[in-house]
Design a protein around this ligand. Structure first.
Ligand SMILES: Cc1ncc(COP(=O)(O)O)c(C=O)c1O
Length: 450
């Protein structure tokens, strides 16, 4: 049994002092330090991190280049608002983001502080640039916690319960899920065609295509359990958008910055979007977001339609520049692709042994392991997910799940093969103990999960 004295004190205080509306508890882990893929709690226990702070720490905790850049910039200037004045880091970063974002066209950037506000900015940009009010996103997508981002999201009832009305003119259509297709037995191709057909039905009946400004889509639907759409769907959606003069915006808050082994998730599908929404890992943990888009979409925006006093502040920009430098110069993207393939292969081996592993999916180091009560019904196995995460945590792995049943494998991209294998061994052991009924029901009181 590990010592958790200091952790438990902080957890008890937190429970009475902070908002329950901002907490999705897994286990009583109060973090003190992080280096690379390893974190240390207040009692000195160490863990291998499989969550990377919800996909926000792709370069690893406290990457030396990032820490150094933050220190240097903080000694020069922490903030002078970019709204009124100019500074070099924001311009340097804009150039870098434009160079890494897909699309051989003239681009511009606007900045914010988190993934949610970037989604709001994308809604505003699409409405202003196209003159069309309607925005379409996808059922079971998560886009964040501001009113605009909640309006785009469609994955959780408590997110929007009692806080309405939400933003008008936002529509949701089905996202193609190859594992749980709309009708049993549908192939990924048929699933893709079905979802395109649903959009066409909406266009024909209640959502005139010429009133739609943009589709905002996650290239892999994250919080619904890492659903990887068929490539055909992305291509067909791009074609549909082109036919009707609608923007295609890739929401890369979770899948961007190397998570899938490419700079942006959409690059795995051979499709060029009109804009990219960025957040989370962009500045290795400092609050920064951005939208990179065709210049002609950003140019019609008139101040102060979308600006933030501390948005694009010099320290966050310096951290983002160091993040890009690290990802580029340390070959972290190819490392993520290689380790991702290795991890998926190992989970597929585990799937042969454990009947409750229904599906293993993902790209790069964005992997979901979907646990089911039966492979036939594909019913989500929440108790299995909660118990396996808890036992893995007891054994030194920070593991979480989302969508009720999907183990979330999104470690810092710099994790070593050795640590990855150690984590996978422990997850396998925890699955084995779950299969043998050795994890008590009592932990279900503690682990709520997403
Ligand atoms: C796909 C996606 N979009 C947007 C957000 C919101 O980002 P933030 O919490 O930084 O506002 C998240 C956060 O989990 C996300 O996963």
């Amino acid at each position: 049994m590990k010592n958790l004295t200091q952790c438990l004190k902080v957890v008890e205080d937190d429970k009475t002092l902070t908002s329950p509306g901002a907490k999705i508890p897994y286990y009583p882990l109060a973090i003190k330090k992080g280096r690379g893929a390893i974190i240390e709690d207040l009692d000195g226990n160490h863990y291998i991190d499989m969550l990377a702070s919800a996909g926000a720490i792709n370069t690893g905790h406290c990457h030396p280049r990032v820490v150094d850049a933050i220190k240097k910039q903080a000694e020069e200037l922490i903030l002078y608002t970019h709204v009124y004045m100019y500074h070099e880091p924001v311009v340097k970063l804009a150039k870098e983001l434009i160079s890494i974002a897909p699309g051989d066209y003239r681009k511009r950037v606007f900045f914010g502080l988190c993934g949610s506000d970037a989604n709001d900015g994308a809604i505003k940009m699409a409405r202003v640039a196209t003159g069309r009010p309607k925005i379409v996103s996808f059922i079971r997508s998560y886009h964040g916690s501001t009113y605009g981002a909640i309006s785009l999201s469609a994955v959780s009832l408590p997110m929007s319960r009692k806080i309405g009305p939400l933003l008008p003119e936002i529509f949701h259509v089905p996202y193609p899920d190859p594992y749980r297709p709309p009708l049993p037995g549908m192939t990924p191709e048929q699933t893709s065609d079905y979802c395109i057909e649903q959009i066409q039905i909406a266009f024909d009946n209640y959502m005139p295509a010429d009133e739609v400004g943009a589709f905002i889509i996650e290239p892999i639907q994250g919080d619904s359990g890492l659903i990887v759409p068929p490539a055909k769907f992305m291509k067909d959606l791009r074609e549909l958008c082109d036919r009707h003069g609608i923007l295609l915006i890739s929401e890369e808050v979770q899948q961007g910055f190397g998570r899938t082994g490419k700079w942006f998730g959409i690059e795995n599908f051979g499709v060029i979007p009109d804009a990219i929404i960025m957040g989370k890992a962009i500045a290795s943990g400092l609050p920064l977001s951005g939208v990179v888009a065709r210049a002609e979409l950003i140019e019609p925006l008139e101040a102060p339609v979308h600006l933030f006093t501390t948005g694009g502040n010099p320290v966050c920009c310096a951290a983002a520049l160091a993040t890009i430098e690290a990802l580029r110069e340390e070959n972290i993207l190819s490392h993520a692709a290689e380790l991702g393939e290795h991890a998926q292969n190992r989970f597929r081996e585990m799937q042969k042994k454990f009947e409750f592993i229904g599906d293993v999916r993902g790209i790069g180091l964005s992997i979901g392991v979907d646990l089911v009560t039966s492979r036939e019904t594909k019913e989500r196995h929440r108790a299995a997910a909660a118990k396996i995460c808890y036992r893995a945590w007891e054994k030194g792995i920070l593991l979480s799940f989302f969508s009720g049943s999907v183990l979330r494998i999104q470690p810092p991209l710099v994790i070593s093969m050795e640590d990855m294998d150690k984590a996978l061994d422990i997850i396998e052991e925890s699955m084995d103990e779950f299969a043998k009924g050795q994890i008590p029901d009592s932990i279900l009181e503690t682990v709520k999960g997403w």
